[in-house]
Design a protein around this ligand. Structure first.
Ligand code: ZN
Ligand code: ZN
Length: 371
């Protein structure tokens, strides 16, 4: 991302702050900090945070020993003032100085990932501030991706698709889920990801548990295997894609039947995506055909989640979320059918809402893959 993109994001955050009537924001290490400054800092017992007053210039407060890392980050290039503090001193008065409290209102937004130890110290240092979750201000900004962010997500999608396309090399009956998972993790790195975030290889009865990890259980011939994998690219943007496989034999007859229902439901939900359509109606588009086929209770989670610098972020594609979709929103469409004790299936693509419809960022076929 160019430095001008960060300056633009800081401007938009300031406008949102002014709209909320808040004095400013305190942003700890994590996706919000990376979004606003490009600085990928670690959360530690020593305070690092960006302080963004609604009417003034941002300040990045860092421990003195981390100043070189901060200066090498895009934050410095974007012209953000860096203030360091040495061990043996308290950083919290620096936050008070950078905030200019009382400028607009007593409200101060704080990122969800700020450790409680830091927040308690900030509350003591700024007794007049009313601390508010920053999500309502930053969430809507992060939910609508710029063209550069969409391309970063497309690059992540292509990288994880390349891992799925190689599944036949690793997924065979008799190998354990953990053995297959280790090969997949290596491939996630080889295809350009900086980190492996999760590897779910769920065979047979494990496929009925949506957040199964891996295990030492050998994969059986003909067992459905749900493979849900993702990582983070050097850009900071995440991948997340699920396909369901069968290796070394014919799958159960009822599985073949409900997989066809699931594939149609996933296709219908992707096709429902367009600007102005509510998030919950995309969930409904996936749920209606599954319920119609008698599997309603077996689809036991929401249809999707936003994705960007975090794997799970706004907008959530869930019943009750009446928020209209808008151009640039990127999220998963991942219905599943899970039959406890037997087997299950899930199909997941990342999609982005475009000016007139939808673009899939995972482009491999959603057919059941028989290896
Ligand atoms: Zn997933
Ligand atoms: Zn997902």
């Amino acid at each position: 991302m160019a430095g001008t993109e960060f300056a633009d994001r800081l401007d938009r955050a300031r406008q949102a702050l002014a709209g909320a009537g808040w004095a400013g924001l305190v942003v700890p290490p994590g996706a919000d900090l990376r979004y606003l400054t490009g600085y990928a800092a670690r959360a530690l017992e020593r305070l690092t945070c960006l302080v963004l007053p609604s009417g003034g210039s941002p300040t990045l407060i860092v421990p003195r020993l981390e100043r070189p890392a901060a200066e090498r980050s895009p934050a410095a290039e974007a012209g953000i003032r860096i203030v360091d503090w040495p061990d043996g001193t308290s950083p919290y008065p620096l936050v008070a100085d950078a905030l200019e409290p009382g400028a607009i209102g007593p409200g101060v937004g704080v990122g969800a990932q700020l450790w409680a130890s830091h927040l308690l110290a900030l509350q003591a240092a700024l007794p007049a501030a009313s601390w508010q979750p920053a999500g309502p201000v930053l969430g809507p900004l992060r939910a609508r991706k710029t063209p550069a962010e969409v391309e970063a997500l497309a690059e992540a999608g292509a990288a994880i698709d390349a891992v799925h396309q190689r599944m036949g090399r690793w997924l065979r009956p008799g190998r354990t889920e953990a053995e297959v998972g280790a090969d997949i993790a290596a491939a996630i790195r080889e295809t350009g990801h900086a980190t492996v975030d999760f590897v779910i290889v769920a065979a047979g009865p494990h496929a009925a548990s949506p957040h199964h990890d891996t295990s030492d259980r050998p994969i059986g011939a003909g067992e459905p295997v749900v493979v849900d994998i993702g990582g983070t690219m050097p850009s900071g943007y995440c991948s997340d894609c699920t396909r369901t496989y069968v290796a070394g034999g014919a799958p159960p007859a009822d599985f073949v039947g409900y997989y066809a229902v699931l594939q149609e439901a996933q296709r219908a939900a992707v096709a429902a995506v367009a600007p102005g359509v509510s998030a919950e109606s995309v969930d409904g588009a996936a749920r209606t055909p599954i319920a119609g086929a008698g599997y309603g209770p077996a689809f036991l989670h929401r249809t999707g989640h936003g994705i960007g610098l975090e794997t799970h972020e706004d907008p959530y594609i869930v019943d009750g979320n009446t928020e209209p979709l808008a151009e640039g929103m990127a999220f998963s469409v991942e219905p599943g059918i899970y039959l406890a004790g037997r087997h299950g299936a899930r199909i997941e693509d990342i999609v982005v809402c475009t000016a007139d419809g939808v673009r899939r960022l995972n482009t491999t076929p959603t057919d059941l893959v028989q290896l």
